[in-house]
Design a protein around this ligand. Structure first.
Ligand code: SF4
Length: 212
């Protein structure tokens, strides 16, 4: 079964695709098959109808009213389905957040922020590191050192498009690099969130209700 939607701590997460432009050393795809006991390996991308149907089946456990496009891959790799789902989710009176590596515009070959703005309320962009060289080393991006600049541009474009935009890094990059990221975030005019490294794929949150 393809788990296109799952609930974690009362929030609904949408797992549209397993595709990604990066191959990060710290990706949770390297340490398991999903999160909190839900298998997120897909044999194909989701359709919008499948996401809405699966959400309806899990809706009872969705207490936060926020739907996060996240999952075991990069959601903007399935941009059309992402926008269609997000529009339908918003029309249900829910709020939407996109967790992204920020490479969607580079992949699409155009600035996608204006396409996201009508349907995505918040975007959280993983900076991964503080400069192009280190970014490339930790992400193994298919775009090489071009990727980091594209991520910064995407952050700026999302802010310009009126999306509530945040950048994040994982604390394992070290205090000095985190401080450089803080300065970068300040220069972009967005908040920085420093996340803890998750080594166990949220297996401490496994409940008997999970949809795996
Ligand atoms: S960008 Fe995200 S999904 Fe892609 S490899 Fe890195 S951590 Fe994994």
């Amino acid at each position: 079964m393809n788990n296109f939607v799952y609930i974690l701590d009362g929030t609904a997460y949408v797992n549209l695709t397993n595709r990604c432009q990066n191959a990060c050393g710290f990706c949770i795809r390297n340490t398991g098959d999903g999160v909190a006991g839900v298998n997120l390996r897909l044999d194909r991308d989701a359709t919008a109808d499948e996401v809405i149907k699966m959400y309806a089946a899990l809706e009872e456990r969705h207490t936060t009213r926020e739907v996060v496009f996240c999952g075991f891959g990069e959601p903007t790799e399935a941009l059309g389905v992402l926008c269609e789902c997000a529009k339908r989710v918003k029309s249900m009176g829910l709020t939407t957040r996109l967790n992204t590596n920020g490479l969607g515009s580079l992949s699409a070959g155009r600035n996608i922020a204006p396409e996201l703005a009508p349907c995505i309320d918040k975007v959280s962009v993983s900076l991964n590191h503080c400069d192009a060289k280190n970014y490339t080393a930790v992400t193994n991006s298919r775009y090489g050192e071009r990727a980091f600049g594209a991520v910064l541009e995407f952050v700026s474009d999302c802010k310009k498009a009126g999306i509530d935009t945040t950048v994040s890094v994982v604390d394992v990059i070290g205090a000095a690099a985190v401080e450089k990221c803080r300065a970068l975030a300040k220069s972009l005019g967005v908040p920085l969130r420093v996340r803890e490294y998750v080594s166990d794929n949220y297996n401490d949150r496994i409940t008997t209700e999970e949809n795996n």
